[in-house]
Structures are given as C-alpha cells and as structure tokens.
Design a protein around this ligand. Sequence first.
Ligand SMILES: [Zn+2]
Length: 350
Amino acid sequence: MAKQIQIGPARWNGEHLVTDIALAGERRIVRVGIRERMVLDLIDGRRCASEITLVLERMGLSVTRSSTRDVINRLITFGFIERPFVASAESLTAMDARAHVAASNLRAVWASTIGTSRPMDRWTKSMIATPGLVIFLAVAVSMCVAAAVSVTAAIAAVQQLQAGWVVLAVIASILWSLGVTLMHEWFHASAFRVLGGRTGRVSITRLGVFPLLNTQLDGFGLLSRPDRLRVIVIGPLVSLSLLAVPLLTFALARHGSELEAIAGAVLLVDVLVLALGLSCLPNTDGIRILESFTLVDQLHSVAFRTLIRRNRLPTALPLLARVAVRSYPILPVATVVGLLLAGVLAVRSH
Ligand SMILES: [Zn+2]
C-alpha cells in the first residue's frame, strides 16, 4: 500500500457503500465501492491476489481471481498500491490497454487545491483540540441560555422602535449576520485545512428559498468520524460564541434607547439564523453533524428515496445508519413545528 494513502470511512449513499481514497498531497480523490474497499483492507504486503480472493469468497462475496486482479490493477493505476504484486510483461500491456476501464470504473473527484496552511490556522488547531472544544461548548451553552432569556425583552424593545430607526436596525442585522456567517465559514475551512490538508471552496447553497453561504469541502470523505465532527461543529460554536456581542450590547444599552432596540433586532435575527442552521432541514450543519455520526451521505435525499422505496436499505448496514435513514423524515417536520411554536410563545409571552 502506498505510504501516503488516505482512506476515509465507508459511507452509505443510498445505493452503495462508498469510500473516498486519495494520496496525501495530490488533488485527485477517488470514490470506490465495497469490493475495492475490501480488497484494500486485505492488502497487507504478504497476501497475493489468489489469497485475497479466497478470503473474499469465504466472506460470501462473488469474486474471481481475475476480478480481484482487476481491482488491484486499477488501484495500482491510481498509485494507491506501490510495490505490489509481481506483474508479467503481458499483464502490464493488458493493464495499459484497459487504462480507460480504470478511469471509468473508479469515480474521481478533483479537489480544488491542496491546502497550504495559513498563519491563523494555528489558532484553529488549538480551538478544535478537545480542551478547546469543551470550553467553546460551555460558552455556546451559556449563550443559548442568555439568548433564550433575552428573546422576549428583545421583541418588546424592537416593537418600540420608530419607523426611521427600523431601516437602521434591518441594515445592522444583515451586516452582523453576514459578518458572523463569514467567520463561521472561515473556521469550517480552516479546520478542514488543519485536519484534511486541503482547501475548501466558498459557494452558495439554498436553505429553502434563502441563498446561503456554504463551504465546499472536497476530500471531506477522507476524514475520520471524529475529524468530520470537529470540522462541522467549529462553525456553529463560533457563531454561538459571537452571540455575546449583541447580547452584551442589548444588556448594557440604556433601557428604552434606540441602541437597545437595534441590538435587540440584531440578536433576534442572529438567533433565528442559528436555529435554522442547527435544525434538521436539508443542507444545514445540524444535518452534517448527523451525517458525520451515522456515515450516511446526503441523509435527507437518501431518507426520502428510501421512504418512497426508490432505494433499499440493506440490513447489513450499521444500526445507527439505518435508524437515521428511517427516522430522518420526521425531523424536518418536528423542526418546523418547533420553530413556529417557539416563535408564537416568544411573541405571546411579553
Ligand atoms: Zn456551518
């Protein structure tokens, strides 16, 4: 096996168990199926192709020696196996002639660039280490409590605002939200550079009808489960910690002042954006966290395709993945109902 090979965990994408593999420092990421993955797991530098075939047969897979050899040859073509199996001149010629098979059988994803770390990444490194995350989590939880306590008062303050000031409050809320989002996305990308050695791409995604800034992380599939979680949770943790700014401004501003009302508006918008981002609607960090735990790709679409029976759900999948796929359709409904209820309660309670 090549020394610098990176093998991600196997994930369920609704139809196949897929694994992303790559060579560290190279842009190409190759997505392989279960057979390639099992062969890779069995390569230990001692077993030959026939022995690997035997083990796979004993596991109940329908393989032949030549199909195992094909898989091995394809993996060699991409450089994942270094000094592998003795190959005769004829088989090398045959392999070359079938180079196109290798290319079309293994789906490759091209990552934008290999990440070069930035000076600020040093900060991220300590923030995503376990002690850093624990501190962050404590701060985030206290911010949630403080925000929940302040929401009713913030709504009351915003309602006192005169028409002329409303425009200012809207502008302040949008600008603050944008700033928080940029910081949030930057930390996702930075954590990804630190743990994955690759660079993310900023893109626009959709949350329902709203356009949303998003970071595309090519090579995310190569990360282990704990590393995936670190890359995902750092974003919301940064956003939640930044709630301190509108919360403090709101608490310290003179009661009944315009500043208090504007800080209240900023706080309300911030809380709404955070609640949506952590909810179980498609394309949110909430869903990414669930996907990282359960190792299911695109959980929302897999869940719905399974629900309408377009996809099957093999019993061989881990229990966690099956439970997630089966129960996901309930989550967005529960989220929407929960958000509406919270909104109604907040408005009515003051
Ligand atoms: Zn995020």
